[in-house]
Design a protein around this ligand. Structure first.
Ligand code: NAP
Length: 488
């Protein structure tokens, strides 16, 4: 994959990087109003990128020492006079204090870098508000998505994208050019009406992760309660045995694989539902319901959370023998066997079950790690579509099958043992098998040639009941036309 592809912005807007109309800008003088954290980092970055910088402060004498010696720190009015492009690095509340400078600011480009403290805090965006205060200036929104820290570290360590919007193309191009010289990737977000969206971006907390995290927490809570009742509450009520010590490690460790396994199957279930819908309606052009669309879009996050739970389960399992309770139980069993003079404790079936259980568990975790690594943008970008879909789809499905083997070898014949039904509740592993086995079964059905062929045709654009025009050569060599159903 080319370097250009790697540099593609994550957002679906036009990247301005490599735009031939953008020319090198280093050497020009850039103004910065304000002397706070952002202004300082911006000035350092601009100086390092070869720009001349003039900082406008209300108190230049006091603030000059905070800036690199190459930057000129002067009064606001003086700074504004010396440049055509001015970064306004002050908070929205203080914009009105700049109104005295309206005359000197007229005709200049003002870059609004401000953020809010809440999403949609004000009716109009900060940039629109600045534009309304200074109608004789051209306002460009930009740089608010990069932090003072990213500015100082020079875009090596942090988000490289700078989202830019303005109603003036020329001004937008000038700011994009500055961003590019500073080592950032300018992204054209269109006109000023996008400013509100750009200002909301730094305030969003993991927007794509909310649903998957709630899903994982919900599943964890359900399985934890179920395991708690079976492993702790049942022995306490029925046999007056105190097993509460199991809660921090054992109950959590039996809950984590349930969540990991069900979450993994939930990565593949929406694909199955989508295929069912396409087969039922005989078209790929019908929109999926919103909930299915959302689900399909969150598969990556659901898969990563599944990997996270599986990794925690592996660590917990490795630590099981370290617990005091485990040592006491081991010694107790050994003493009991010595008292009963039992010499041969080797159970061949149990030995084989554990060997297979551990081995398939390790393989499943290895495959899940591969899926997680290849879902990272930098790795995914280095794979072509076929490689990516082979790993995420085929290997992912194999991981689900191997996880099913891991679960089955863990449960073994417990589902048929009546003592395992605590309070008539079946062993947890039988519940976890429901969704994954449905997915596996559906995938097997879809791989039957008659269904696979139909699905393939639908995905190539064929539609049930759609009449298509056909053209046949007649006996005389002329062409006659007619209508037929594409079903036929
Ligand atoms: P800050 O450290 O508090 O600096 C604000 C500066 O505004 C002050 O140093 C002050 O400089 C100037 N100012 C001008 N008029 C003022 C007035 N009437 N009252 C108080 N101060 C006044 O804030 P900051 O962190 O640099 O943030 C500045 C802007 O950048 C904000 O809009 C913020 O949303 C945006 N931003 C910041 C970051 C970040 O990482 N910090 C990231 C993205 C965007 P003088 O005293 O020299 O005039």
């Amino acid at each position: 994959m080319s370097g250009g592809d790697m540099a593609k912005p994550l957002l679906g807007h036009r990247s301005m990087e490599g735009d031939p109309s953008i020319t090198p800008a280093a050497g020009r003088t850039i103004g910065v109003l304000g002397s706070g954290d952002f202004a300082r980092s911006l000035a350092i970055r601009l100086v390092c990128s070869g720009f001349k910088v003039v900082v406008g402060s209300r108190n230049p004498k006091r603030k000059a020492g905070l800036f690199p010696s190459a930057a000129e720190v002067t009064f606001q009015a003086e700074a504004v006079k010396k440049t055509d492009v001015i970064f306004v690095a002050i908070f929205r509340e203080h914009y009105s204090t700049l109104c005295d400078l309206a005359d000197v600011l007229a005709g200049k480009i003002l870059v609004d870098v401000s953020n809010n403290t809440e999403i949609n805090h004000h009716k109009e965006s900060n940039a629109e508000y600045l534009a309304s205060l200074f109608p004789a200036c051209t306002v460009v929104k930009g740089f608010n998505v990069v932090s003072a820290w990213t500015l100082q570290s020079g875009a090596r360590d942090g988000n490289k994208q700078v989202l830019i919007c303005s109603n003036n193309q020329e001004a937008k191009r000038t700011v994009a050019e500055i961003a590019q010289v500073m080592g950032f990737t300018p992204v054209d977000m269109g006109c000023m009406s996008s400013a509100c969206e750009i200002e909301n971006i730094p305030l969003r907390l993991l927007p794509a992760w909310k649903i998957p995290i709630f899903l994982a927490l919900g599943l964890f809570l359900c399985f934890f309660t179920y395991n708690l009742v079976r492993q702790v509450i049942h022995p306490y009520i029925r046999e007056q045995k105190n097993k509460f010590y199991k809660i921090p490690v054992e109950v959590v460790n039996t809950t984590l694989p349930c969540v990991a396994y069900v979450m993994l199957s939930l990565v593949y279930l929406p694909g199955v539902l989508a295929a069912c819908s396409q087969l039922y309606y005989g078209t790929k052009y019908r929109r999926f319901p919103d909930w299915l669309d959302q689900w399909l879009q969150h598969r990556k996050q659901i898969g990563l959370l599944s990997f996270f739970c599986a990794a925690l389960h592996a660590v917990y399992s490795l630590c099981l023998p370290m617990r005091r309770s485990h040592r006491y139980q081991l010694i107790e069993t050994a003493v009991k066997q010595a008292v009963e003079k039992k010499m041969n404790i080797w159970v061949e079936e149990e030995v084989w079950r554990m060997e297979i259980y551990i081995s398939v568990g390790i393989i499943a975790l290895g495959l899940l790690s591969l899926l997680a690594i290849t879902s990272l943008p930098s790795i995914a970008n280095s794979l072509n579509w076929r490689e990516f879909s082979f790993i995420q789809s085929t290997l992912g499905f194999i991981a689900l099958v191997i996880s099913t083997l891991h679960t089955l070898t863990y449960g073994w014949s417990r589902a048929f043992d009546e003592n395992q039904y605590k309070f008539y509740l079946p062993p947890t592993y039988t519940l976890t098998l429901l969704v994954p086995c449905t997915v596996i079964l559906a995938k097997v059905v879809f791989s039957l040639p008659c269904i696979q062929q139909r699905l393939l045709r639908i995905r190539r654009g064929w539609e049930k009941g759609r009449y298509v025009k056909f053209v046949l050569p007649s006996a005389t060599g002329e062409y006659s036309s007619g209508e037929t159903s594409s079903n036929v």
